[in-house]
Design a protein around this ligand. Structure first.
Ligand code: ADP
Ligand code: MG
Length: 410
């Protein structure tokens, strides 16, 4: 395992839980992996795929994610391919030939492709080492990204009763977890759950007064660092990117209102370090793997704690420090409320209000930020982290018994 890690991927040590997962897969067991974004889930199936006989079939939801992974593996000299609608007829024939000749170690495809009768019968003819279901939360209607095509994977087990399966996700809720295991018919799976703690991220909340000036003064002290600034609206993104450029910083906007070509160009420039700062709406981020993001600033209140965790999680992927700063002002509550009230379904409105009140209490609390976040994900943390504003600058406490008694009339 270690040799493959070093020789094929150029890394010197495993991340937490990777070894345990790889070992279980090599023993032919079904495995369920829950690891935060950036935790290193891909290696958990790529290394066994290289070590086992036959071809590993990897299910992935997005063509762009598939392409990134395959390009990366090809650059590492691994025989890998994908099957999807972007292939020409001749490319398709070529991949099929490599597959039937046993020349591929890994083959990526979307679930709808895998479950086509033609693909299933093709796969019956070859030696499959394992099935890896990436972004496995997509099978669950309780998750935030349900995809009906993923649901069809529940028949996979009937077609291949003896091939082991590994399911991987970063979505933490218990309900989704159970759903994945039952939909995919995992057999006595080894369940490996990593902590969602990201010790190298520091969390800080700053009172939002004049955010443009506050950000500029922060950037002056952090020149040339790479960072993301999230704003709620496209207008704020445009205005702030322009303001920063005028103030002499290298910044570009990113939001769904930009033309596709412009958007991918700006993203590309950020990833390649041609620009330091990307000012973006939440449209930015899915599948971005830039290792050295040194700050993630929230100009506005994120819509819930899960989003906040995922968005800040794009920082410090290389394990080095990243400052996560949220500018908070009670007034933001009204802005979000306005959007929530426009939602047509009562159920959605209720859920959104509940989530809003959770993030409000996160912002207003004097407790360790990290502990509050991790408790939200069901982990039991109580020790102060010493790397958030609450721990580093605890607010003054005083005995308020007398005042409290006056208030409640006791
Ligand atoms: P996930 O799918 O869990 O979000 P990835 O598999 O995309 O995470 O890995 C995130 C980043 O971490 C990638 O750049 C990957 O190359 C890197 N990585 C994974 N495992 C290791 C390791 N053992 N040592 C160093 N870097 C690693
Ligand atoms: Mg991944």
């Amino acid at each position: 395992m270690k040799t493959v890690l070093e020789k094929n991927f150029g890394f010197t040590s495993f991340r937490p839980n990777q070894e345990e997962v790889i070992e279980s897969v090599l023993q032919g067991k079904d495995v369920f992996v829950l690891m935060p974004t950036g935790g290193g889930k891909s290696l958990c199936y790529q290394i066994p795929a290289l070590m086992m006989k036959g071809t590993a079939i990897v299910v992935s939801p997005l063509i762009s994610l598939m392409k990134d992974q395959v390009d990366g593996l090809l650059a590492d000299g691994i025989s890998v391919a994908y099957l999807n609608s972007t292939l020409s007829d001749s490319e398709f024939v070529e991949v099929r030939k490599k597959l039937t000749d046993g020349k591929l170690k890994i083959l990526y495809m979307a679930p709808e492709r895998l479950m086509m009768p033609g693909t299933l019968s093709l796969l019956q003819k070859i030696n499959i080492s394992l099935f890896a279901i990436d972004e496995a939360h997509c099978v669950s209607e309780w998750g935030h990204d349900f995809r009906p095509e993923y649901r069809k994977l529940s028949e996979l087990r009937t077609h291949f009763p003896n091939v082991s399966m590994i399911a991987l996700t970063a979505t933490a809720t218990e309900r989704v977890r159970k759903d994945i295991v039952s939909v995919l018919h995992l057999k006595d799976p080894v369940v490996v759950i990593s902590s969602f703690n990201r010790p190298n991220l520091s969390y800080k909340i700053i009172e939002k007064k004049d955010p443009n000036e506050q950000i500029i003064s922060y950037l002056k002290k952090n020149r040339k660092k790479s960072g993301i600034i999230y704003c709620q609206s496209r207008e704020t993104v445009e205005r702030l990117a322009e303001r920063l450029t005028k103030a002499g910083f290298s910044a570009l906007p990113y939001h769904a209102g930009l033309a596709d070509s412009k958007r991918s160009k700006n993203q590309e420039k950020f990833i390649r370090d041609d620009v330091d700062i990307i000012v973006a709406t939440v449209a930015f981020g899915m599948g971005i793997d830039k290792p050295d993001v040194r700050f993630v600033i929230h100009y506005d209140l994120p819509k819930n704690l899960e989003s906040y965790y995922q968005e800040t999680g794009r920082g410090g992927r290389d394990g080095l420090e990243c400052e996560c700063i949220l500018f908070f002002n009670r007034g933001d509550w009204h802005k979000i409320r306005f959007f929530i009230e426009k939602k047509p379904s009562k159920k959605e409105r209720d859920l959104a209000f509940q989530q809003l009140s959770q993030i409000m209490s996160y912002c207003e609390s004097t407790e360790c930020r990290r502990n509050t976040l991790l408790r939200y994900f069901g982990e039991n943390w109580t020790e102060p982290c010493d790397n958030c504003d609450s721990c580093l600058r605890p607010r003054k406490k005083f005995d308020g018994t007398a005042q409290a008694c006056l208030l409640i009339d006791c």
